[in-house]
Structure formats: C-alpha cells, structure tokens
Design a protein around this ligand. Sequence first.
Ligand SMILES: [Zn+2]
Ligand SMILES: [Zn+2]
Length: 237
Amino acid sequence: MFESRRPGGEFGSADLPVRPALQHELNPDGSLSVHPPRRCPRRHPVPDSGTFSWIVALGLHSLICHRCRDEGHADYQWALIDPAYEQVDAEEAEGAGLELVAVPPDEAAGPGRIELHLDGHAVGVATLAVCPEDRLGVLEHVQVDDEIRRRGYGQVLALAAFSRLDWYTDDGPPWMRGDRRAQALRAVQRGVGYSWTTTLIEDTPQARGFAERLPLPKVGEPRYCRHMLTAAARLTS
Ligand SMILES: [Zn+2]
Ligand SMILES: [Zn+2]
C-alpha cells in the first residue's frame, strides 16, 4: 500500500518534517477555534517552551521546541498541518507551498484521491473509497516521492483521507458547498463511527513503520461494501 515513486522534478528546499498536529474546531455558532499541539513529540509542554513561526516555503505554521533544541535534537522544529481542514480542491490550489488537493470521486463510493502538492507539483497521493451509507472507508494507496521521505507526508495523506467522509452526497456535486473547509469539519463530526480499513501493506520496514503509525486497530485487510465494488466495476468496464 505504501510505495515509493520517482520524483518528477525539483521541489525546492522545504525540508522540515510536517506533523498533523494542528486541529481546527467548528463551534456551534459557525466560528472556528484553532488548537495547536500541547506537547512536542518528546512530550515537552509546548505552551511553556514552544515558539510559532510561519514557514513561507511551505505556507504552514511551524513550531520550535526550545527544550528539544537545548537538548541538541536536530528535529526541534517542524511544520504543522490540520489534515482535515487544510484541504483545497484543484481550482482553489495556489500552486505554492505544501497543499492537500482533494480530487473527489465521480460517484458515491467511487475511488477518489488526495494529492500532496509542493509548489504546484504532486509529490504524493492517497487513494481511497468512502461509502456514507455503510459508513465504511478503504484507504487503498499512499505514495510519496522517494526524494521527500521521512518528512511525515505519508502520515499527513493518510489522516487527510480518514477525514474525507461524505465528499459525494445525494445533494450531488460539488462535494462541498459554501465554506468548503467548514463543510469538511462538519463531515468529520458526522464521520465519527466510520470504520476504516486499508489494502495490503508492502512487506518492507518502511511500509510497516508507516502502517504502525496509522490510527487503526489493524491494517492490510480491506473491507469493501457492495457500493464500492459496483462503483469500481463501472470504472473498469
Ligand atoms: Zn521538545
Ligand atoms: Zn456501501
């Protein structure tokens, strides 16, 4: 499921790891709250010792953990993304920095994908199928270019997929209306209780490490519903 892919060009020097540790919350009055992480990956409390800044090359906020830096860890700084909220569709993409670009399916339960763009170039992709009727999701594939491994991009793509619930509804496309991002957050709220499975994981240390970090009880046994199978069959016939 997790595969390497040859890069198609140069992507600039946005070298920071990206952590999916930012969370936007939709309040009942329609306003948004933003929740930064409370701790760094080494469990240092962030409000006491962290510093936010803006990484122009990625178009994302970043966080510096002063304790990690004082202790001499090279990864004391990382970028933050909310994989559920910070998604755009192809027309909205700015072609700058790091962007999650969602490409919805043509029909309910059909295969869709989320691409990760760096300065307008696709450097990774997750493919998935979601059925709102059966409340099932299958993460089929996560690919990240070889050149930009170990930055957390695969994890960001997987979590973006897990947040992508009823992106095709009986209301018909477009898959989100009004404030698309607020709609996405509503979808996440509605999506509590969806069951996610994945296709088979490659037997490589890298792929296994990726799978172990997924927030799923187990991986490698996809559960497709009849709607997904019908939609997939229509595509290939
Ligand atoms: Zn730290
Ligand atoms: Zn179904």
